[in-house]
Design a protein around this ligand. Structure first.
Ligand code: PHE
Length: 340
């Protein structure tokens, strides 16, 4: 019996398996109810008492050797099947699960592209602004009701620090640090304390533009924005200007484009007028130039500002602005193939 067990131990030590089935057969051969080890324990009952200790130890040694072998071989087989999985299959189609640009980024980039073609640079500035850059330099007098036009999220009072309500603040910074000619647009996030609805949100995105030089006139303003609207919405787009008021421009106007959700027939986005307001604009008020230390007798300028959400809604016929902020993949996936 001793010889038999020692031979089994040798056999186990030299055993190896190429796959999990071979390993399972090995386990059954030794450990299952009708396997070798239970049979040896059965035989053990007939061993004379003086040999029992030695035989018992040998059978146990065999059992432990078998168990260790199984654990080791199982690990090895698992590791090698893992390696096989990591081999690359170059015939597989390209992973189509890549991300895509957010529609607001697509449109922002398009707006930047159009203006950069006619010589506008891009400037950026802080989202947390002081009162001077957001209001005072832009000709909002202290306590003037015009400050209520844009409901502000204040962070600190006296001196006032707030989330910027428009990116006109960036243009003040550009004018402070540069002399004309200045031709720049400032895209960015802005904040207003407004109720959230299909048409408004308390966080949204703007692109504002500024052109200051000698002899800049309202004709330049109109022609620039006409070019922009046709590039963005297509040749067929109609445009109209309506007189308006902003503290920082004089004269001021709002520009409408024909509503391309309903084609001008009237829908809830254009409030059944056939027109959608897309931007505010005007000639830079001389007080703004003065506040930024630009000589208002030598230079004139125009400025404009638009909300990216509004324009994206028109371009892609989205009828609820809140969709841009919900990150619902069913919505976002529709823009995946768009070029940016
Ligand atoms: N700053 C204005 C706004 O946020 C937009 C605007 C910019 C209007 C420049 C006129 C000129 O509504």
């Amino acid at each position: 019996m001793k010889n038999k067990i020692e031979n089994y131990i040798k056999e186990v030590n030299s055993f190896s398996a190429d796959n999990l089935q071979e390993l399972e057969d090995f386990r059954v051969k030794f450990l299952s109810k009708k396997g070798i080890i239970p049979a040896l324990f059965g035989e053990f009952k007939t061993v004379p008492p003086e040999e029992r200790k030695e035989m018992g130890q040998l059978i146990n040694e065999l059992k432990i050797t078998v168990q260790k072998k199984i654990v080791n071989l199982r690990e090895k087989l698992k590791a090698s099947s893992h390696n096989e999985k990591q081999l690359y299959d170059l015939t597989l189609p390209v992973n189509d699960n890549l991300g895509g640009r957010h529609p607001l980024s697509i449109v922002r980039n398009e707006i930047i592209e159009i203006f950069s073609r006619i010589g506008f640079s891009v400037s950026e500035g802080p989202e947390i602004e002081d009162d001077f850059h957001n209001f005072t330099a832009l000709n909002f007098p202290e306590e003037h009701p015009a400050r209520d036009m844009q409901d502000t999220f204040f962070i600190e009072k006296d001196p006032d620090i707030a989330l910027r309500t428009h990116t006109s603040s960036v243009q003040v910074r550009v004018m402070e640090n540069n002399q004309p000619p200045i031709r720049t647009i400032s895209p960015g996030r802005v904040f207003r304390n407004e109720a959230i609805s299909a048409r408004a949100h308390c966080i949204f995105h703007q692109v504002e533009g500024l052109y200051v030089d000698k002899g800049v006139s309202f004709t330049d303003l109109k022609q620039t924005l006409f070019y922009f609207a046709k590039e963005l919405f297509g040749e067929h787009t109609r445009i109209r200007f309506r007189p308006s008021y902003f503290p920082f421009t004089e004269p001021s106007a709002e520009m409408d484009v024909s509503c391309n959700i309903c084609g001008g027939k009237g829908c809830n986005i254009c409030k059944y007028t056939g027109w959608v307001e897309i931007l505010g604009c005007g000639m830079v008020d001389p007080n703004v130039l003065k506040a930024c230390e630009i000589d208002d007798r030598e230079f004139t300028g125009f400025a404009f500002g638009m909300g990216i959400e509004r324009i994206t809604m028109l371009k892609y016929q989205v009828n609820d602005l809140r969709l841009f902020f919900e990150n619902d993949l069913r919505f976002l996936n529709q823009f995946r193939s768009s070029v940016d």
